[in-house]
Structures are given as structure tokens and as C-alpha cells.
Design a protein around this ligand. Structure first.
Ligand code: GLA
Length: 390
């Protein structure tokens, strides 16, 4: 594998000649079900073949040294395998450091450190979960090396805990789950309330999944994400005064409409409206896809974007421009923002015979409107995080 050969050369340059093991962890694209995970709703993401590779060698001592080929300026970062705390000087390495700390706190203590070389093929800040990718990667390295015997869902939870407690981003479980539990050619229908899930084969016949990156830099740590969460929590509390529910995801559209007036602030009401309707829309979309009704799935993707734009207000000019340009193109079945929003990417289902025109037309019109170009990726659906054995 060409990537691994390049990495091996760089590994030797950074750490000297050693026996290494190789790992891969995907990114993810969410097809529908946005900002529903922390509201106890459903999501429908898939892991993608863009992701993060690692070459790993054991060390005799308790130190770990990490180097990312994507961040050469950061150089080799060294840290001990116990008692780690967040340190902004360590930048990207806080994600694996957080995982090591969460494992330690859960009683899974590393017996020694590693030399690790990282190479990521995910564009940074594209909303494709580069951070979850590296978190679950570190989890699998620890689990496989030390034989902790954790199953993937347990590792997914520890990876999310690293993001929540160590890095300080209050994200839901979708990203780590999609990255860890991904399956080739399938999306995952996950009930974030119960963590029940099932795989759904993605058969798009003559269509492809296209990811379009706005190339606007976004930060998931943005206060807007946490603000949306607390608005939904406030809506839930107010609804609980009239109905015994544990999460917004338990409500049907009709049940919500009947009690929506209980929520005083109209902005908070719209946030909850999105969470409830998006969850039901996700279930409907999966049913449509499983009945081979790709056209209906596409219409529901479009409706998801409109709701994220008008009710949840997490799109912004770049994502709205990409989505509305996509909607105008021949051969586009559906298009919406994916991930947290505020920048990042859209996901579109596009007929294969229209792919070239789609990229040309959307690319040119977006550049004219926004002042810089978007990037396009045709997504292939990958397995979850694993050790690469040859
Ligand atoms: C980010 C978070 C996820 C989820 C999405 C929005 O990707 O990490 O937990 O909330 O935003 O659907």
C-alpha cells in the first residue's frame, strides 16, 4: 500500500528503524439525522475511506512519542502514559492523550508507551470527524496492544468521553460510533437513546455520494454548538412539565405539535421542532431508502437542510450556497449540510452521469459567490477502525 510505504520511510526518519504495526480509522459522513444524537434521536451516518493511518512501535518505557505527517511544524510530541491532562501546546495530540487518560481512569492502564506516526487523508475542519477518527484509532491501538478485551462500543464510549471530558467539547456519540462501528457499503441506523443500531446496505445504483467541502474553517468547540445543546435541554425540561419524556427523540411530530406551546421562547421552540422533526424524518428516510425510493430519500435530505437552516440555524452562507446550487443541478437527488454545521461540508446524492457537470457548475458558481473554491470528494463507504494485517 503506497501510503504505508511513505509512512514507513517517515517513521524511520523520525524514530529510527523499528518493527511497526499499521492501523486505519475512517472519517464519517452523516447522510441524515443532524443534531439529533444528543437529543436521544436517530442518526444515519457511514464511515468513509478517507481517514487516519497510524504506524505503531512499542517502547520499553512509559513515554509516547507522536508525529503527524499532516502537522510537521508541531514536530515530535512526547508525553507519559499516565496522569495526562489537557495541554493546548499539544494541539492535535490532545485527542489521543485524552483517550489514554480515559482508558486509565476506567482501569485500563497502559503497560508501556509507543512511537506513533500518523497520516490523515481527511481534510481538516471539513466536518468529517477527523478528531473522532484519531480518538477511536488510539482506542484500538491500546486495546489490541494490551489485550484489554473491550468491544468496539465500549471503545466508542471511551473515545467520546475523551472529547467531552478531556478536550472539553460536549459532542454526542454519533461521530465516534460511526467511525468505530462502520461497515463497508452500509450506513448505520443508530438510536442514540438506547445505542441500538442496525446496518442498512446503501444501494444507489447509478448514483454516488458526493462530499463538498465549503473550505470555510469551522470549530466544533464553537459556543454555538453548546448553545444549541442547552436550548434543547431547556425545551425538554419545559415539555417534561406536561409529558413524562426523557428525550426529545421520543416524540412524534404530532405529539410535539400538541405540546409545543409549553416552550415559552420561540427560538427554543424552533430548536426543539428541528430535533423532533429531524428524528422522524430520519426514520422515514431510512424506510424510503430500504424500499429503493432514492428520490424520496433525496427530498428528505433537502428538507433536513431547510430545517437546519431555518429552525436550528447552523448552516451559514457557505453551506446554504452549496446546498441551493446543488438543488439547481440536473441529476442531483438530494443535498444537505452534514456534521455540526457552521462551515464544513455538504453531502449530496448525484447521478453518475451528472457528476462532472455538478462539480463544474457548483464549483464555479460557489467561487463566484463566496470568493474561494470548494473541494469535492466522491465518498466510498468503509469499515470501522481496525488493524491492517497483511
Ligand atoms: C458533531 C458532533 C456530533 C453531532 C453532530 C451534529 O459532529 O460531534 O455528536 O451532534 O455534530 O449532528
Amino acid at each position: 500500500m503506497e501510503i504505508l510505504d511513505e509512512m514507513k520511510k517517515e517513521f524511520t526518519a523520525q524514530f529510527g528503524e523499528q518493527n511497526t504495526r499499521a492501523f486505519f480509522s475512517p472519517g464519517r459522513v452523516n447522510l441524515i439525522g443532524e443534531h439529533t444524537d444528543y437529543n436521544g434521536g436517530h442518526v444515519f451516518p457511514c464511515a468513509i475511506t478517507l481517514g487516519t493511518y497510524a504506524l505503531v512501535a512499542d517502547r520499553d518505557d512509559n513515554e509516547t512519542r507522536m508525529y503527524s505527517m499532516n502537522m510537521p511544524k508541531a514536530g515530535v510530541l512526547s508525553f507519559p502514559m499516565s496522569g495526562l491532562t489537557y495541554d493546548k501546546n499539544y494541539g492535535w495530540a490532545n485527542y489521543p492523550m485524552g483517550v489514554i487518560r480515559m482508558f486509565e481512569d476506567a482501569g485500563y492502564k497502559a503497560a508501556h508507551g509507543f512511537d506513533i506516526l500518523i497520516y490523515g487523508t481527511l481534510p481538516n475542519g471539513a466536518g468529517l470527524s477527523s478528531s473522532a477518527s484519531i480518538e477511536v484509532l488510539m482506542s484500538v491501538i491500546l486495546n489490541n496492544t494490551f489485550g484489554f478485551g473491550l468491544d468496539m462500543v465500549e471503545m466508542v464510549k471511551l473515545s467520546q468521553a475523551a472529547e467531552n471530558k478531556f478536550v472539553g467539547v460536549n459532542c454526542g456519540i454519533m461521530d465516534q460510533f460511526a467511525v468505530g462501528m462502520g461497515k463497508k457499503d452500509c450506513a448505520i441506523l443508530l438510536d442514540c437513546n438506547t445505542l441500538e443500531y442496525r446496518y442498512s446496505k446503501i444501494v444507489l445504483d447509478d448514483c454516488s455520494i458526493v462530499i463538498t467541502n465549503t473550505n470555510k474553517k469551522h470549530s466544533l468547540g464553537a459556543s454555538a454548538y453548546n448553545e444549541r445543546r442547552s436550548q434543547c435541554e431547556s425545551a425538554l425540561e419545559q415539555l417534561q412539565a406536561v409529558k413524562p419524556i426523557k428525550a426529545l427523540g421520543e416524540l412524534t411530530d404530532e405529539e410535539f405539535d400538541a405540546i409545543a406551546d409549553t416552550i415559552k421562547d420561540p427560538v427554543v421552540r424552533r430548536r426543539a421542532h428541528h430535533a423532533v422533526y429531524e428524528n422522524q424524518r430520519t426514520l422515514e428516510a431510512v424506510r424510503a431508502l430500504e424500499n429503493n425510493d432514492v428520490a424520496k430519500f433525496g427530498k428528505l435530505m433537502n428538507a433536513s437542510h431547510v430545517s437546519l437552516r431555518d429552525d436550528y440555524e447552523v448552516t451559514g452562507k457557505e453551506l446554504d450556497t452549496l446546498a441551493s446550487l446543488a438543488w439547481q443541478q440536473e441529476g442531483v437527488i438530494g443535498s444537505r449540510m452534514t456534521g455540526a454545521g457552521f462551515g464544513g461540508s455538504t453531502v449530496s446524492i448525484v447521478r453518475n452521469d451528472a457528476l462532472a457537470a455538478f462539480q463544474k457548475n457548483v464549483g464555479e458558481a460557489y467561487t463566484k459567490e463566496i470568493g474561494y473554491a470548494p473541494s469535492f470528494y466522491i465518498a466510498s463507504i468503509s469499515d470501522g477502525t481496525h488493524e491492517i494485517k497483511d
